[in-house]
Design a protein around this ligand. Structure first.
Ligand code: NAI
Length: 305
């Protein structure tokens, strides 16, 4: 791990506009975190249904915080008022101090988006990616100013998970990484610095956690519920590997495994599992699609433990 350089750095002020690109599981949580910290936030997605679902999820989460007495009703209202949802970021991008991308885990798609963004944003705008595993150096490479690109890797759900990996590519300006780290801290997160290597810290360490569990299943050593229960109850993990993969989404998790595998020269340690590839092909993506290793649909016989 690259140790944080403890030079004091300024967080972006709460008045600084934030644009979040991608309103899926991660983007909606990140948007909520930034809006809770006081920023005016625009949440963008190509897909109107995803924006509607994101708005509903944020409203539900805030309402539940109010009902539990964790958030004052007025603060929840103010957070909602700071959020705008859009299918067109051309007007808001030039105003943004920070853009956080949380779209599909695909290098070419992310590179195209960052190139398009650079043509729209102001010279001082920081461009951050929430990628779980892809090279920040590669995402930044086609840009005229790659030094403004940095990884800002939140964990799922972003509203509750404290950790953020702040990832520097080869050309990232250290001052940009420091500002993002200070900003994440101002948002109540534990922000650690990492160099851009495949999977960074957590996803590199986590690959064998999933990979070995999938091998156990393939070899019919045990079943998902038993393995999850052992890891959770006896191993003191918060979630077992199968319920955690269902939460992450098999499309996302398989893409991360593939990208780490490729980046390490197809090292067999990181080889994607046939089981996971089949789940993706079937559209059984986990909680978000209603089925994965477990069944989350109403009346299901095989719910997560
Ligand atoms: P998701 O599948 O829930 O959401 C992705 C969203 O991006 C969708 O709403 C989709 O419509 C939108 N999208 C796709 N291509 C787009 C484009 N070109 N322009 C605009 N919007 C586009 O995915 P999720 O889970 O939110 O992951 C997003 C990113 O965050 C990925 O890079 C993933 O590796 C990373 N990540 C995921 C975590 C997880 O546990 N799911 C944890 C931490 C990071």
């Amino acid at each position: 791990m690259t140790q944080a350089t403890e030079t004091p750095s300024q967080a972006l002020p709460p008045s600084a506009p934030v644009l979040v690109i991608g309103a899926g599981a991660m983007g909606r949580g990140i948007a909520q975190v930034a809006a809770t910290a006081g920023h005016p936030v625009t949440l963008y997605d190509l897909d109107a249904a995803q924006l509607d679902a994101a708005k509903a999820a944020i409203e539900r989460d805030l309402a539940s915080g109010v009902a539990k007495g964790k958030i004052p009703a007025k603060a929840a209202e103010a957070t909602q008022a700071r959020l705008t949802y859009t299918q067109d970021f051309r007007e808001t991008a030039p105003l943004a101090a920070l853009v956080i991308e949380a779209i599909v885990e695909n290098l070419e798609v992310k590179k195209t988006l960052f190139r398009d963004l650079e043509a729209l944003v102001a010279p001082h705008t920081i461009l951050a990616s929430n990628t779980s595993s892809l090279s920040i150096t590669a995402i930044a490479a086609p840009l005229t100013h790659p030094e403004r690109v940095v990884g800002m890797h939140f964990f799922n759900p972003a509203t509750h998970m404290k950790l953020v990996e702040v990832v520097s590519g080869l050309q990232t300006d250290p001052a940009v990484a420091e500002t993002v780290q200070a900003t994440a801290r101002a948002w109540g997160k534990i922000a650690v610095r990492a160099k851009s290597t495949p999977g960074f810290i957590v996803n590199r360490v986590a690959r064998p956690f999933y990979g070995e569990a999938l091998r156990l299943l393939l070899e019919q050593t045990s079943d998902t519920a038993t393995i999850d229960a052992i890891l959770r109850d006896a191993g003191n993990f918060r979630m077992g590997p199968f319920e955690l993969m269902d939460l992450i989404g098999h499309d996302v998790n398989a893409a991360v495994t593939r990208s780490v595998w490729e980046a390490y020269g197809y090292d067999p340690r990181f080889q994607p599992s046939l089981i996971q590839e089949e789940l993706v092909r079937a559209g059984h993506l986990g909680r978000k699609s209603g089925r994965g290793f477990y069944d989350y649909r109403e009346g299901a016989h095989n719910p997560a433990p």
